[in-house]
Design a protein around this ligand. Structure first.
Ligand code: ACO
Length: 311
């Protein structure tokens, strides 16, 4: 990497130009994008499990159809994201191997169990709500293929968020037991959703460079605050209580101030010790092994086609 190339790259980023796969980019930029995009892809794929758990038990045909569509969307998001990551030069096989071997991370949030139907509401409302908050700015990411993938992903996430909120609204307006179920799901998903935004800014190792390179447009804490500010009134609207005794509205700043996040829990979950980490990975590995014949058949078919073309 020579100094002139680097300076030109920095200038293009500063000018809001998109960096494309064949353009020069510093090795560290390529590395951090490959890490972030592939982790994002893994999160979408692992993220199919907590909700997949409820497809067979959805309370009506309409709910089942929406949930099925949502889980399929997540699979699609994973596939676009692997494709975007591959443009940086690492193959999908290698990226998947990093997930299966435990070398690559995926979002902490998907290591929590889905105990009741209300969890489908809480995940759509909170988890997809947090995902949108984080992903809308990624539509302006300096790396073209990632930014473009995010546009469609965000549109679909927005549908997911609404279907979740509508489930919560329906339960909150239902019987006392249904309302209690919704409250219990909110109690369990609230804090893990705040952790999705990553460690506090002071502890975020990649933030400085990612902000400078315009991969990230807002810091972890900024996005977390935006999410809290958007979500608290939504909880109040449906008559649910946030499980945070320290939550107060700061009139002067116009922000909801929240209590202390349990970062020890976050550390444990990303270290593999969350309530469902082992189960999620075992399920993923089994699905991968069960799909081996499909990959083999696709490879054999591609080889045959290539041979037919050259013949
Ligand atoms: N779960 C698991 N790991 C996390 C989480 C989380 N919620 N937040 C941060 N980390 C990891 C980072 O990956 C990094 O580890 P690494 O160096 O081994 O890769 C470490 O903690 C330090 O964090 P940061 O320096 O803050 O990392 P980064 O700058 O990448 O910011 C963030 C983290 C905000 C999650 C960023 O990567 C991002 O915006 N990713 C794209 C969105 C995404 O992946 N969403 C997935 C969930 S949404 C969904 O799938 C529906």
């Amino acid at each position: 990497e020579d100094a002139a190339q680097l300076a030109r790259f920095e200038a293009r980023v500063a000018d809001e130009e998109r960096i494309e796969p064949n353009d020069f980019m510093p090795a560290a930029y390529r590395r951090t994008l490959t890490r972030q995009i592939s982790q994002h892809a893994h999160s979408e794929i692992i993220g199919m499990q907590p909700e997949g758990n409820w497809i067979t038990r959805a309370p009506s045909l309409r709910r089942k159809a929406a949930l099925l569509a949502k889980v399929q969307d997540e699979c699609g998001h994973g596939l676009y994201l692997y494709a975007a990551a591959e443009t940086l030069g690492t193959s999908r096989e290698e990226l998947v191997e990093q997930l299966l071997s435990g070398k690559a991370k995926y979002s902490s949030i998907f290591n929590y169990p889905t105990l009741t139907w209300a969890d489908m509401g809480a995940i759509g409302w909170l988890v997809d709500g947090a995902a949108i908050m984080n992903q809308i700015p990624l539509c302006r990411c300096s790396y073209g293929p990632y930014a473009r993938a995010m546009i469609r992903v965000c549109k679909e996430e927005s549908f997911h968020q609404r279907q979740g909120y509508e489930i919560m609204l329906t339960l909150a307006r239902g019987t006392a037991e249904q309302k209690e179920m919704a409250q219990d799901a909110l109690n369990r998903w609230w804090w893990p959703s705040l952790m999705m935004f990553g460690p506090p800014d002071a502890a975020s190792s990649h933030s400085d460079s990612s902000m400078r390179w315009k991969i990230k447009r807002f810091s972890n804490d900024e996005l977390r605050q935006k999410f809290v500010d958007a979500t608290v009134p939504q909880a109040h609207f449906i008559g649910l209580t946030l499980p945070d005794p320290d939550l107060t509205f700061d009139e002067a700043a116009g922000h909801w101030r929240y209590g202390t996040i349990d970062w020890e829990e976050f550390k444990q979950v990303i270290a593999g010790n969350g309530p469902c980490n082992r189960d999620r990975m075992a399920t993923r590995r089994k699905a991968h092994e069960d799909g081996a014949w499909v990959r083999e058949a696709a490879r054999a078919f591609a080889e045959k086609r290539a041979a037919a073309k050259t013949a």
